[in-house]
Write a protein that binds this ligand. Structure first.
Ligand SMILES: [Zn+2]
Ligand SMILES: [Zn+2]
Ligand SMILES: [Zn+2]
Length: 459
């Protein structure tokens, strides 16, 4: 197979269900004015078009929710959707695609006791949820499905990549192996189900997209973890969540570890580096706690103190420094302190560009947010460059039809107009960006990784 950057190689078949209440259960767009399913009063939709498009998947679930009296958790609903579809499609052409559910390995035996108990509780709820009239499945097959959801389930982002709003299982995608420096990325495209013209409708889909040129015979790979981790930490995460030892080229040669744990150019003593690293680790834990409590002034104070300590000791590519910079940029942007935020955001993306694959989706999203922050800070030229680079990356990782890419498409033109035109124009666009791209940092942080596992976000 030959692929080039941005080419969609394969669109895997999958099962999805909604997590949040402010999300359409058909197209997974997040918005305020949704309509509730009149029967179960649980599912929400943008409009009739979305409801009609989602009815096949919701019909049996709707009846089961009414029978149970309440909607069960997302694992149970996803398992239900998978097994109802399996029953409906048996003997049809799509049967071969469903084979992947049987082929995939589960890791039931590797699960620690508490996780196994939670899984068994879900199986019990499922048995009550599953309608008596439906075809029965052997208990070990149901456990197999729940185990697959546990190890292969993906949280799905909204149309702007700001919040996780759904849970999905894409059995064929789960057959694609991991590499810490992959040649593909998997991206959720929300499709187009706007009520305006039904001829333009396209469904929600998962796309496997090439990050660059792929040679004939080369294995297609995606990354299950964020690249911004030391190789030992990535290996640990992969072992815990996916039960395998990563021996990819980047792990074997520890590529990037030197930069991600580097000391500053001022050549501090090894003891100083050790001390500041330990201090940073401790502070970042406190920062997470303060973020969960919504105490933003404490978050800012902790981060600024930490950054001061890191000065002249840790390099600009050190992971702890980048983490502190990213929190500062995010929280200050939220509080409209754009000039201050822009300084931190710029340092952050400069570090990211040295560490990430040049076509990494996380890098693209960081450049986009940083570009918008610079715009608000009045640093239009720097912002414009970042937005253009973000657009280049998103054309590869998300493609021209994704909402994020389409948002980015109009930004460079707006930036150019401001560079040349009247100030009033800037005011007009300012409000729009604010609404679309700035999010509450404590409640809805941007996804830590495009390929975040279900368990890491919900646990
Ligand atoms: Zn919708
Ligand atoms: Zn319903
Ligand atoms: Zn690896």
């Amino acid at each position: 197979m030959w692929g080039k950057g941005g080419q969609t190689i394969w669109v895997p078949y999958g099962f999805v269900c909604g997590l949040a209440s402010q999300v359409c259960h058909s197209c997974f767009r997040r918005q305020a004015n949704l309509h509730r399913c009149a029967q179960c009063r649980f599912a929400h939709y943008c409009n009739r078009t979305c409801q009609t498009a989602g009815w096949d998947e919701h019909k049996q679930e709707c009846a089961a929710i009414r029978k149970l009296g309440a909607a069960p958790n997302e694992n149970v609903r996803l398992a239900g959707r998978l097994l109802w579809r399996r029953n409906r499609d048996q003997g049809l052409a799509s049967d071969s695609q469903l084979l992947a559910v049987d082929q995939l390995q589960d890791h039931l035996r590797d699960l620690p006791g508490d996780q196994l108990q939670a899984l068994q509780a879900d199986v019990q709820t499922f048995l009550r949820f599953w309608s008596c009239g439906s075809k029965q499945h052997p208990a070990d097959f149901i456990s197999h499905v729940f185990s697959l959801i546990k190890s292969n389930g993906l949280t799905l982002p909204d149309q702007r990549g700001l919040q996780m709003v759904g849970l999905g299982l894409f059995p064929n995608l789960s057959l694609v192996n991991h590499d810490c420096w992959p040649n593909c990325t998997a991206t959720l495209n929300h499709g187009n189900q706007s009520a305006v013209s039904s001829t333009l409708h396209s469904p929600l889909r998962m796309e496997l997209r090439a990050l660059g040129r792929i040679c004939q015979g080369e294995e297609l790979t995606i990354s299950y973890v964020d690249a911004l981790n030391l190789s030992a930490d990535r290996q640990k995460q992969l072992k815990e969540r996916f039960h395998f030892d990563c021996s990819c080229d980047h792990c074997s040669r520890h590529v990037g570890d030197d930069l991600m744990a580097a000391a500053a150019e001022a050549k501090p003593s090894a003891d100083a580096v050790k001390e500041v690293s330990a201090f940073s680790k401790e502070t970042l834990e406190k920062v997470e706690e303060a973020r969960r409590d919504g105490d933003h002034s404490r978050v800012l104070k902790l981060c600024q103190e930490c950054l001061e300590k890191q000065q002249d000791v840790l390099a600009d590519t050190h992971l702890y420094k980048l983490k502190v910079l990213s929190v500062l940029a995010e929280v200050l942007t939220y509080h409209r302190k754009f000039s201050e935020a822009a300084g931190y955001a710029r340092k952050m993306v400069e570090g990211y560009m040295k560490l990430y694959h040049p076509n990494n989706a996380q890098l693209g999203l960081a450049l986009m947010r940083s570009g918008v922050t610079h715009w608000h800070a009045g640093q239009v030229e720097v912002g414009h460059k970042m937005i253009c680079e973000a657009y280049r990356i998103m054309m590869v990782t998300h493609g021209p039809n994704h909402s994020i890419t389409r948002d980015l498409e109009v930004l460079p033109a707006a930036f150019r107009s401001v560079l040349q035109g009247p100030f009033l124009f800037q005011q007009k666009f300012r409000l729009k960006f604010r609404l679309n791209l700035i999010t509450e940092p404590a409640e809805a942080p941007p996804p830590p990784s495009h390929w975040t596992t279900h368990s890491s976000v919900l646990d």
